[in-house]
Structure formats: C-alpha cells, structure tokens
Design a protein. Structure first.
Length: 182
C-alpha cells in the first residue's frame, strides 16, 4: 500500500500543474479582451482547442489518480481479506481503552481496528511522529466502527481523537501507542 504522504505529494504536483494551466487560460483571455485597438481579439479555434485540452487533461487526471488512494483497493476487496491482527478498542468518557499498553504490529500485517464508543462521537486516528495523519475514522456510539489497514513501513504512531467531543476531547492522545516493526 502506498504511503499517504507520497500520494499527497504527488497529487499536489498534479493538481497545482492543472490549476496553473487553467489560470493561464483565464490570464490569456483577460489579456486579450483588455488589449486596446485590436479587432477579433480571440481566435475561437485556439480558444476552444485550449478549453478542450483542459477538459481532457482534467478528466485524465481523475482517471489516472482515482486508485492512488492507498486504502481504496483494501476497501473494495475487504470481504475477501482476512486480517492478520484484530484490535478491539473502546472509547468512553474521553479516553481510549486499548487491549494492551502498546499495540505491536509487524510490517505488511493487515490490521483491523474495531473501535466502539460508549457515549459520544469520537474520532480514531493514527498519527506519525511529525504529527501528520496516517489514517482516521469517525467512531459513532452504538455502531461497529472499524478500519482495515496494512502497514508497509516500520514506525511508531500515536492515537488521537479526530472529532470534537467537547473540551476534554482535545486531550485524547495516546503517545507512541502503536509500534510497527520488521
């Protein structure tokens, strides 16, 4: 599974380039219509060719990138995937209750996090050391909330609530609660 940071960086480059292409069309159009003394300011064939190019480019970007989201293949084939580990986690009174002090996982293990809330809507997120988010889901009381994930790199992750659940919810952080090793 691709790392979400790699996907994000790639999409930043792709969509920034696309935005620049669109902005160039608007800038060119603005320049041409504000230029003094010229008739036939914009040649329709060139204008519509550029617009068609941008449409084809935009649709192509979506076709090429639609399956780059790391968890999409696992979600689409989830019924056929057996988890290597399952962690049952409960949340109540603004606190996570883990089955162990530290959740230990091997690289390439498929892990199912089953999270149940006893009172409020919370979030369940795993965060890297640099505070970027690896994964997250909403945890709704009275419902099964689970997420299947495969870890491709060793690392240590913190668990945090990613939903506002009142002032006490801001302190729902378990530092270094998940350890992924080779």
């Amino acid at each position: 599974m691709a790392d979400s940071m790699d996907v994000l960086n790639g999409l930043i480059v792709v969509y920034t380039s696309y935005a620049i292409a669109i902005i160039s069309l608007v800038a060119w159009f603005a320049y041409k219509i504000t230029k003094k003394g010229e008739k036939n300011l914009i040649k329709p064939a060139f204008f519509y060719t550029w617009v068609c190019f941008l449409i084809v480019l935009g649709v192509s970007i979506h076709f090429v990138t639609y399956n780059t989201i790391p968890w999409a293949p696992m979600d689409l084939n989830r019924k056929n995937i057996k988890a290597d580990k399952v962690f049952n986690i409960t949340v109540a009174n603004h606190a996570f209750h883990l089955p162990a002090e530290k959740l230990k996982i091997k690289v390439h293990d498929k892990v199912l996090f089953k999270v149940m809330s006893g009172d409020l809507t919370y979030g369940f997120g795993l965060f890297r050391k640099d505070n970027t988010m690896l994964l997250q889901m909403q945890v709704i009381p009275g419902h099964l909330n689970d997420i299947l994930w495969q870890f491709d790199k060793p690392g240590v992750y913190s668990i945090r609530s990613t939903e506002y659940s009142g002032p006490a919810g801001t302190q729902m952080i378990l530092k270094d609660a998940v350890e992924v090793t080779d």
